[in-house]
Design a binder for this molecule. Structure first.
Ligand SMILES: NC(=O)c1ncn([C@@H]2O[C@H](COP(=O)(O)O)[C@@H](O)[C@H]2O)c1NC=O
Length: 544
């Protein structure tokens, strides 16, 4: 569940002696104007029971009245009708004066009395569903009409005058408010927490509107970009125990860690979330049943096969030592047979679109193992933005949704790859996209047999991948390293022939790489001398 409640505990650093605000604020008059009517009747009933007069706008007033709760239409209170199809309902001095007038200032009190303005002690507002309207693909005019004007004005006014006014912006806050009524109302600490949540809400709302407008004119990188998220959980710690962390979700509905249902297991850590995201994005690249095992955000085994169980076997065989304590992502429903096998080694997280009954039963014994079910798999070709912070700012870029197909490849060597080699080359290059640079991948038969990740030299990545393949062959007792006769993928071009010569030395018989180096011809000549096939993709997949 989304963790939207403001933390009502006062921050010890904050001076709560604020002017003459009472310890508890009794609510004599409340203004309710909500689009999302969830919890409205419970709130209205509780306020009414505790003697509050309720003012309310059209639809909210109707719902309250229909439930038998006493309510005054805002138009009757202000003496001014709701006009312009609801564009002006509460934007009148009698409402905003009642919210903004300071109770501790005699001048404010005198002016309020002079103009017949009654104080409003609580404002409960949630906004026109702009984000949901946009997400539904509604026409431009409908989206514009769903930009709430009066609501944010009420929220901002009430939050500003939090000394005297309680502001609720989310039905999830109603229970706490209802519980505070018998105690005499909200505390100043409560109201400050609600005010913080209120400004965060209007900021996020305006950020969504700004992003939508920028998107309408095709501007992916507007002059000012506001990131907005809702805290889904506080994490026990960050990447390391001395770091604090929390998980925020955005409005993006891409299937993955943010939208998944956790079917079992301990709570997810910062590293779990990061690695699971990496694993699930990688496994989504493949059309056939596929498994990706990730350690420290890098795949240590990837395979596709006729069945998900066979894909697991092949992915594990790539590097069974590193797979210990890994994150396992599947692009098909987890079945009992595969679940039994995965549970056979220590696994931190399994993420899959779904799991059948047998799988759930098989994993139930492993109480700590986290199982995330996402419903579907993300589409790797869908565009989107990714961001990363750095000192003094953040970098934004479009998601790497590049996908190389067979027809994009250019054969640059005398020998052309066979059909089977082409399949493996494309497979290996898709894996390379999800391995930190410099990445060199060896693959055969739809499975990785050696992964070299994150090295400063491409030659080192090639050698490390080959050595790991030898280690795996030794561990599994399968004879010589499986790189012999494999294909190799490089995420970026070989700047010199030495990288290519390394993969040839490891036994690769076909290579896929972007090309584009000024020394491409040296690399092609080396490939021809070795009698291997090589294709250029024209697309690089750096990943940092
Ligand atoms: N225009 C106004 O003065 C105004 N005052 C409040 N609203 C919004 O009207 C909605 C509630 O309307 P109703 O109670 O009629 O269902 C709320 O989402 C509230 O944010 C307004 N609508 C939009 O701007």
């Amino acid at each position: 569940m989304t963790d939207t409640q403001p933390d009502p505990r006062p921050d010890p650093q904050i001076d709560l002696s604020s002017r003459s605000a009472p310890a508890r604020l009794a609510i004599r008059r409340a203004l309710i104007s909500v689009s999302d009517k969830t919890g409205l009747l419970d709130l209205g009933r509780a306020l009414s029971t505790h003697g509050a007069e309720i003012l309310s706008t059209g639809g909210s007033a109707r719902a309250l009245r229909d439930a038998g709760i006493a309510v005054t239409e805002i138009a009757d209170h202000t003496g001014f009708p709701e006009i312009l199809d609801g564009r002006v309902k509460t934007l009148v001095p009698k409402v905003h004066g009642g919210i903004l007038g300071r109770r501790d200032l005699p001048t404010h009190q005198a002016q309020m009395a002079e103009h017949g303005i009654a104080p409003i002690d609580l404002v409960a507002v949630n906004l026109y569903p702009f984000e949901a309207t946009v997400a539904s693909g509604a026409p431009f005019a409908d989206c514009v009409e769903n930009i709430d004007i009066g609501g944010p004005a009420l929220i901002r006014a009430a939050a500003k005058n939090h000394d005297d006014v309680t502001i609720l912006t989310d039905p999830a806050q109603y229970d706490a408010l209802i519980a505070a009524l018998p105690d005499g109302g909200t505390t100043l600490a409560d109201r400050r927490a609600y005010a913080a949540a209120a400004y965060a809400r209007t900021a996020a709302y305006d950020a969504a509107i700004a992003a939508w407008f920028a998107g309408q004119s095709g501007d992916t990188f507007p002059q000012r970009l506001t990131l907005s998220g809702v805290r889904q959980s506080r994490l026990r710690y960050g990447e390391n125990p001395h770091q604090q962390a929390a998980f925020y979700t955005t409005s993006e509905t891409r299937p993955g860690v943010a939208t998944a249902r956790q079917a079992q297991g301990k709570s997810l850590s910062y590293n779990n979330l990061n690695d699971t995201d990496a694993a699930f994005e990688a496994v989504a690249e493949f059309g056939r049943p596929a498994v990706v095992i990730v350690k420290h955000a890098n795949p240590c085994g990837v395979a596709e096969a006729e069945t998900i169980s066979a894909a697991w076997d092949a992915a594990l065989a790539c590097d069974p030592v590193s797979a210990f304590g890994g994150i396992v992502a599947l692009n098909r429903t987890l079945n009992g047979e595969t679940a039994e096998k995965i549970a056979g080694i220590f696994t931190e997280v399994i993420v899959a679109p779904d799991a059948d009954e047998a799988a759930l039963a098989a994993l139930a014994r492993k109480k700590n193992l986290r199982l995330l079910l996402t419903g579907s798999v993300p589409d790797p070709s869908v565009p989107g933005l990714t961001v990363r912070s750095l000192a003094g700012g953040f970098l934004a870029q479009t998601r790497d949704n590049g996908r190389i197909r067979r027809e994009d490849l250019r054969v640059v060597t005398r020998r052309a790859p066979t059909d089977a080699e082409l399949d493996d080359l494309l497979f290996a290059f898709r894996v390379a996209k999800h391995v930190k640079s410099n990445a060199v991948i060896y693959a055969r038969g739809g499975a990785t047999v050696g992964i070299g990740a994150g090295q400063m030299s491409r030659v080192d990545s090639a050698r490390i991948a080959a050595r790991k393949s030898e280690d795996a062959a030794r561990t599994l007792g399968t004879g010589p390293a499986l790189t012999i006769g494999s294909v190799a993928a490089s995420d970026a071009f070989f700047p010199f022939a030495d990288g290519l010569e390394s993969v040839v030395a490891a036994g690769a018989v076909a290579v896929i790489q972007p090309g584009g180096s000024i020394r491409d011809q040296d690399v092609i000549d080396a490939a021809d001398r070795a009698g291997i096939a090589m294709v250029f993709t024209g697309m690089r997949h750096f990943r940092h």
